[in-house]
Design a protein around this ligand. Sequence first.
Ligand SMILES: *Cc1c(COP(=O)(O)O)cnc(C)c1O
Length: 341
Amino acid sequence: MTPLRLSLDSAALVANWRRLQAMAGVPAAAAVKADGYGLGARGVVDRLHAAGCRTFLVSTFDEAERLGAPGAGAVVLVLHGFTADDAAAAARLPWVRPVLNTPAQVAAWRTAFPGRPADLMVETGMNRLGLDPADVAPALAAIPVDTLHSHLATADQPDHPLAGIQLRRFAELAAATPGVRKSLANSAAIWRGRAFAFDAVRPGLGLYGGLPCPGADALPVVRPEARVLQVRTVEAGEAVGYGATFRPQTRARIATLNLGYADGLDRALGPHLAFTQGERLLPVVGRISMDLVAVDVSAAEVAEGDWLALRFDLAALAAASGLSQYELLVGLSPRFERRWS
Ligand SMILES: *Cc1c(COP(=O)(O)O)cnc(C)c1O
């Protein structure tokens, strides 16, 4: 038994996926790269497949291999594309379609798997991965293409003009590319409306309870919990933790829990963190250690061996700490036991 666990809410995950798909009005894939944004890709895929999701996105062939078969009728897209080094993995994983980003990747795919479909990513203004628009037609002539993708740099910033520019460029390309599906939207772009939806959408963050843009909402999915190792009384003015950065002003009960920055509890989060017991908020105090954290439990009845839940409001923690919601999720360490309800 591990002393720390992630309580993961299956119903909330599925509800978030259904909601985003209904908003988009087209099939929603699920981004499960980085081990399902830290939740555990296998658990996410099993639940969303049961709910009807048939497309899952990972970054690399290595991730696709670790994930294994996604379930009947489903495909796994590999966002970073394909090189000859991936040929053995691609042969073992017939459910995978790489998303090809360069003319060299297109050529390598055509050589390794003539006639096997792939997807294409086209660059429309982010200058990250993707074919130049002029290279799309030659790629379409070279290989069978299922879906043409692009990706937005500023979908989460309502006032930024770039998303509109990227939408226009992608729509022009889409009009010139009949016969293949088109996909542009991540979670934030789904909230911008159906002009961004095309034939399929690719949410990630919003599935996991993140709020991808102002005005968005989602059901929380992830709740970290940790066990109390020890509770002690600390007299007013005495120091707690490394650096002696916290001294209670009156006598306090301080609990030490099995959780630290090695588990994703970044030290910058310290002042913004609290555990909960029922409705009670129990603040984190002092400096977060690698594997331990101190909590002021003076206001509650807490004993050795109790479990406390961390208040894990992604949007609020991100706003307060400067970390992104994505970083908060993917930082959750493998030491948590992932428990799906
Ligand atoms: C990660 C990713 C997504 C999902 O983005 P969210 O912001 O998490 O919804 C969609 N498309 C691509 C290409 C991605 O890399």
